[in-house]
Write a protein that binds this ligand. Structure first.
Ligand code: NAP
Length: 340
């Protein structure tokens, strides 16, 4: 049996729709018929900079929603036809930009009844990245067990880049953790949406420059900021986060290159994947909790924009992302609609 896949042919090469075999799930795995796959900055960055990938041609795509197609040996909690969502990985057999993929069943969730496939595909990477950064022992370690009794009531927190997918999840996680003041930096047009997710204050990035940001953040917080989250991978955002933090404060940062600056404030770089050995146990806990948190409204999906042309439409979507033409939405592809 063969399927359509989107190959990245070689390092820094082109995306090409091709035929490839449909793989059978191994022990502990399920195979998923991919209905929706979200696009992420990592996908265009891999193509542009040749990072993360060991072997070409390769298939990308780290946000997946679809139907269980086949069950591997030892898998008990899923059945053929279940609607599921999960995070893909940087190896072809576990990627989203194809019609069928394989994922270990212990890091897969059932899609809650209040969202559709496209919305489900918008959640895994953004949520995982912010949860690893904020909750896990490899980040700020604020609640590694998803204990609903943990509360940071009375405390302020700062999220740089609240309108990013990762930033939207970070705001919602800080709300889940009970922070009283959740300050974020984003374009004013996202204000109402970000307040609906839990932000208490949205600082307009077209009004307040990054250089003056920390002073504004500290004034709003009116108490020491012990924790911050940076969802924008550059030096000026990191400086603003560090300057906003109180002495000894901690920053979770999406930039893998982020470094401490030697003043006692600590940065935790995030590897936002439940597939990596260091995050695997936390990933199991995450997938035990995430479907329920979506069902009860603790976590809401991104707003989505649906792409045409199945797998062939992904290349144009990634170009739009790279040109900063995607604002506050997640681009979603539908691999089963591939006609070529
Ligand atoms: N370390 C990891 O494991 C990991 C995992 C996932 C993502 N990431 C990285 O995290 C970053 C965010 O990813 P994403 O998927 O969440 O991004 P995204 O949703 O594609 O981000 C788009 C948004 O970024 C906002 N933005 C851009 N520059 C900004 C700035 N200087 N200040 C405030 N907002 C800004 C834009 O706001 P406007 O609407 O105002 O234009 C836009 O809404 C990327 O660099 C990505 O590579 C890292």
């Amino acid at each position: 049996m063969s399927q359509k896949v989107l190959f990245l042919e070689k390092a820094k090469g082109a995306f090409v729709v091709a035929n490839a075999p449909i793989l059978k799930p191994g022990p502990g795995q399920i195979s998923i018929k991919v209905i929706s796959a979200a696009l992420n900055p990592a996908d265009w960055k891999i193509q542009a900079f040749d990072v993360f990938i060991q072997k070409y041609p390769t298939i990308l795509g780290t946000d997946i929603a679809g139907d269980v197609e086949e069950i591997g040996e030892g898998v008990e909690n899923f059945a053929k036809g279940d609607k599921v969502f999960c995070q893909g990985y940087f190896v072809s057999e576990m990627a989203g930009f194809q019609q069928y993929t394989l994922i270990p069943a212990d890091i897969v969730g059932k899609i809650p009844s209040n969202i559709d496939y496209a919305q489900a595909a918008s959640i895994p990477l953004g949520f995982t990245t912010s949860a690893v950064g904020i909750m896990s022992a490899h980040g700020l370690a604020l609640n590694p067990s998803f204990d609903s009794n943990v509360s940071f009531s009375g405390k302020p927190v700062f999220v740089f880049g609240g309108s990013t997918s990762v930033g939207q999840s970070a705001i919602q996680i800080f709300r889940f953790l009970g922070f009283s003041t959740i300050i974020t930096y984003a374009s004013a047009r996202h204000t109402d949406f970000l307040k609906s997710l839990g932000a208490t204050h949205v600082i307009d990035r077209t009004e307040v420059s990054v250089d003056n940001l920390a002073e504004v953040v500290k004034k709003i917080a009116n108490a020491p900021i012990e924790n911050a989250f940076n969802a924008v991978a550059d030096d000026s955002s990191r400086t603003a986060c560090f300057d906003s933090l109180a002495e000894g404060g901690k920053l979770a940062d999406v930039d893998p290159q982020a470094k401490d600056r030697g003043d006692g404030k600590k940065v935790f770089t995030i590897f936002g994947s439940v597939h990596s050995p260091q995050n695997r146990e936390f990933g199991r806990i995450l997938w035990n909790n995430l479907p329920r948190m979506v069902q009860d409204g603790t976590i809401v999906p991104n707003r989505v924009e649906k792409l045409p042309n199945g797998l062939a439409g992904i290349d144009d979507g990634l170009k739009k992302m790279r040109a900063n033409q995607v604002s506050g939405v997640k681009l979603i592809a539908f691999p089963q609609e591939t006609v070529q």
